[in-house]
Design a protein around this ligand. Structure first.
Ligand code: ADP
Ligand code: MG
Length: 599
């Protein structure tokens, strides 16, 4: 059919095939009319499709779809309106090899049953002088005859739901309907960059895409070039699946998953499992309630894709689902980790609003004397009282088993420290980088704790066991966590009704002189126990990382800052802390020039 010139004849499916097809209503709302008719135009090999919607203040009045596709022969024009009449499949077996968007032969029949449809059509490249006009109203043929019409097909739908008052009443406002039409068309446009689409509402142009071999042009047309700037290409080829498209840098995150757009074999689908797989690929690059933007086009062996699940064909069932989703998550992760993901400040990351890091802030000790003059707040610090920081840093330097990765991190040199919280550094290309020292160290610790394999506890015994008192309720929670804690290097022993003895702690926490840290960690753990957003190991790991990391408010020497930056080079994901907040922000020279209006 898509070849364009050869048009298969329309025929009525046999009962056995009809019985196999997911039955149900396809025309739920005006937007469904747009979807079905545009899909027909695509199946007819159209290169350009125009959608005209008119409305009153209250409701949609008419929908017209004009295509330059194959057209319908005069002999078939009426048959197209018969239920189960289609040119796209013939027998049950064909259901396993569907490449067309339609195959049920029900859309035209269903639409014409609840409205008045005027179809004008003429076969493309058939040398026929005239075409055909058919008018069907409420399922009844009103007119059929010759008509002088251009090649292709023009379907006008009016008086939608005139004879089904219930459905008409359920329509939401006109604006809601138009929003639905937009959403459907966006998905279709992205699945078909090779077709030019134009949507007009009351003669006003609303959405236009040009024919292009590159989906990026379509994305830019629909969502603007700002979005494109933050996209990273993703291409993957496996024996049974090919993926191409784009995923967003974490800085483009959204509050919902609606902009993870998936097309399977050029059909825009709604696939929660694939959306989840994409999100999972971001791991800790995004907070759990933030979602990336992604435009992915999957080519999957048609045998593995069942589109005959739901009448609107928006849901699909996948065989080898697990392999498919795993491959997607891995591909997403691999692509992200090969990138320099330090957010540019020109695109401020207002997205990272939360993150459940319970870092406690040390008030900076202002008594240090600075040997070099520095602007207020910037500590060019060289003072002796940084033993604790040194020890914390040494801990993360000592851990072996991590290999430096080419994580696209620029080479950075420390300028100074701000307020005991941020490290200022410059890159070899003259950019300014602001680093959150706590978040950065937290990330380093987190990955080191995760790196360890089971049995490799690296627990250190405390010379004097530490006594921990808890409420009875907390005791109960903690008791359940003892095995998991032991896995991570915390050896706790029950010692009476509401008391525990802490005998050993993870090595990464260093020599612990101040046992309040252990107390705080256990508090974090039992209180987060009620949240249960991530698994226990992940939770314990995050807590160790958060509590073991250099705190905000700790004044560090330049050498210590430099060591910290050196350590992050070993991290797999240096760009966010385990809660998904950024570890660093970058100001390029041109960002600064723009801010100072030097350009
Ligand atoms: P289906 O798309 O499932 O086959 P429809 O009811 O949507 O069922 O359409 C019935 C038939 O009418 C199609 O199989 C196709 O042959 C023909 N048809 C519908 N719309 C068009 C179009 N725009 N251009 C060419 N043929 C069309
Ligand atoms: Mg159809």
């Amino acid at each position: 059919m898509k070849s364009g010139n050869t048009v298969s004849a329309i025929h009525i499916l046999d009962q056995a095939t009809v019985n196999q097809i997911a039955a149900g209503e396809v025309v739920e709302r005006p937007a469904s009319v747009v979807k079905e008719l545009v899909e027909n135009a695509i199946d007819a090999g159209a290169r350009s499709i125009r959608i005209d919607v008119t409305s009153s203040a209250k409701e949609i009045l008419s929908i017209r779809i004009i295509d330059d596709g194959s057209g319908i022969s005069s002999a078939d024009a009426l048959l197209a309106f018969t239920p189960h009449a289609t040119s796209k499949i013939t027998r049950i077996d064909d259901l396993h090899h569907i490449r067309t968007l339609g195959f049920r032969g029900e859309a035209l029949a269903s639409i014409a049953a609840v409205s008045r449809v005027t179809l004008n059509t003429r076969l493309r490249n058939a040398g026929e002088v005239t075409g055909t006009q058919v008018i069907v109203e409420g399922g009844v043929t009103r007119e059929k005859g010759e008509a002088g019409v251009p090649e292709g097909t023009n379907v006008l739908v009016e008086d939608i739901f005139f004879n089904t008052p219930a459905r008409k009443k359920f329509q939401k406002s006109k604006n809601t309907e138009i929003a639905h039409i937009h959403a459907i068309l966006e998905g279709i446009c992205l699945a078909h960059p090779e077709i030019s689409f134009r949507l007009y509402v009351n003669q006003n142009e609303q959405l236009v895409t040009d024919r292009s071999p590159r989906i990026l042009d379509t994305i830019a047309r629909i969502y603007g070039s700002d979005v494109v700037k933050d996209l990273i290409p993703l291409n993957l080829s496996l024996p049974f699946m090919k993926i191409s498209g784009y995923i967003s840098r974490p800085s483009l995150a959204r509050r919902d998953a609606t902009r993870i757009m998936i097309a399977i074999n050029q059909r825009y689908v709604s696939s929660p499992i694939i959306m989840r797989a994409v999100k999972e690929g971001y791991g800790t690059l995004l907070p759990k309630d933030r979602f990336p933007v992604a435009f992915l086009s999957l080519e999957i062996d048609t045998q593995l894709v069942d589109v005959n699940v739901h009448p609107t064909k928006k849901l699909v069932r996948l065989s080898r689902e697990h392999e498919i989703t795993e491959a997607i998550s891995e591909a997403v992760m691999a692509v992200l980790l090969s990138q320099d993901l330090i957010p540019d400040v020109a695109a401020p990351s207002k997205l990272y609003l939360e993150g459940s890091c319970r870092e406690s802030v040390t008030v900076p000790d202002q008594r240090y004397d600075f040997t070099a003059p520095a602007p207020p707040g910037i500590c060019e610090a060289l003072h002796p009282g940084t033993v604790m920081t040194d020890r914390q840093l040494r801990q993360t330097e000592l851990q072996t088993g991590m290999v430096p990765l080419d994580a696209k991190l620029p080479v950075m040199e420390v300028i100074g420290q701000l307020g005991g919280i941020y490290i200022l550094a410059t890159t070899d290309t003259g950019e300014l980088v602001l680093i959150d020292q706590h978040a950065l160290h937290e990330r380093i610790l987190y990955e080191q704790v995760l790196e360890r394999t089971e049995g490799d506890h690296r627990s250190q015994e405390l010379i004097v066991p530490f006594i921990l008192h808890r409420t009875l309720q907390e005791t109960a929670i903690l008791r359940d966590l003892l095995p998991a804690l032991a896995q991570e290097g915390f050896v706790l022993e029950e010692f009476g009704r509401d008391t525990f003895l802490v005998r050993a702690i993870p090595v990464v926490l260093g020599k612990m002189e101040d046992t309040t840290m252990i107390d705080e960690m256990v508090s974090d753990l039992v209180s987060e126990e009620q949240i249960r957003s991530v698994n226990t190991r992940e939770r314990i790991t995050r807590i160790i990382a958060c509590r073991g990391a250099i705190k905000a408010g700790t004044v560090c020497t330049r050498e210590q800052c430099q060591r910290l930056i050196q350590q992050i080079r070993f991290a797999k994901n240096p760009f966010t802390c385990p809660h998904g907040r950024p570890t660093m922000l970058r100001f390029s020279r041109s960002d600064l020039d723009t801010m100072f209006r030097r350009t």
